[in-house]
Design a protein around this ligand. Structure first.
Ligand SMILES: [Zn+2]
Length: 156
């Protein structure tokens, strides 16, 4: 699955944690960053070192602590929304990669076993199409969940 699709899916997942209207752009960004980060392991232990639950936990705790240290109240007061957006983006990246043939080492470093549905190749058209379908379903779910779709229909 292409990295940009991971970023789009991550950004949309961040929307679910935007508890206030002004948090929407921040949660979009944090979710997108969470979706972007796992493939930094492309050059070292790909699908291992940053595609597991342990790395998500460490990344989430690290971001939580970092945001608490930040002198900006906007970040400090919304640390949970921002951290959960980031974690959701990262987790969805791993879930999407688990659909590809290579799978993911979800419980590494505790096990070297590869997990996943392993349906299609990562660089295939089917993978890209599935990425867009997941992004669309997520966006539609958020529009319904947040009430934004109802507002949109009301004003059309
Ligand atoms: Zn990946």
């Amino acid at each position: 699955m292409h990295r940009s699709i991971h970023v789009i899916i991550g950004a949309i997942s961040g929307l679910f944690f935007a508890s206030k209207l002004y948090l929407i752009p921040l949660c979009l960004i944090m979710g997108g960053i969470g979706g972007y980060i796992p493939d930094f392991d492309l050059r070292f232990g790909h699908r291992k070192s940053l595609h597991n639950l342990f790395s998500v936990l460490i990344g989430g705790i690290g971001l939580y602590l970092l945001l608490n240290l930040f002198p900006l109240n906007l970040l400090r007061n919304n640390v949970w929304s921002l951290t959960l957006s980031f974690v959701a983006g990262w987790l969805l990246h791993i879930c999407c990669d688990s659909l590809t043939k290579r799978g993911v080492y979800i419980i590494w470093p505790f096990s070297n076993r590869v997990y996943g549905l392993r349906i299609f190749r990562s660089d295939s058209l089917a993978s890209t199409a599935m990425g867009f379908i997941i992004a669309f379903i997520l966006l539609l779910s958020w529009l319904i969940y947040s009430g934004a779709l109802e507002l949109l229909i009301k004003y059309l």
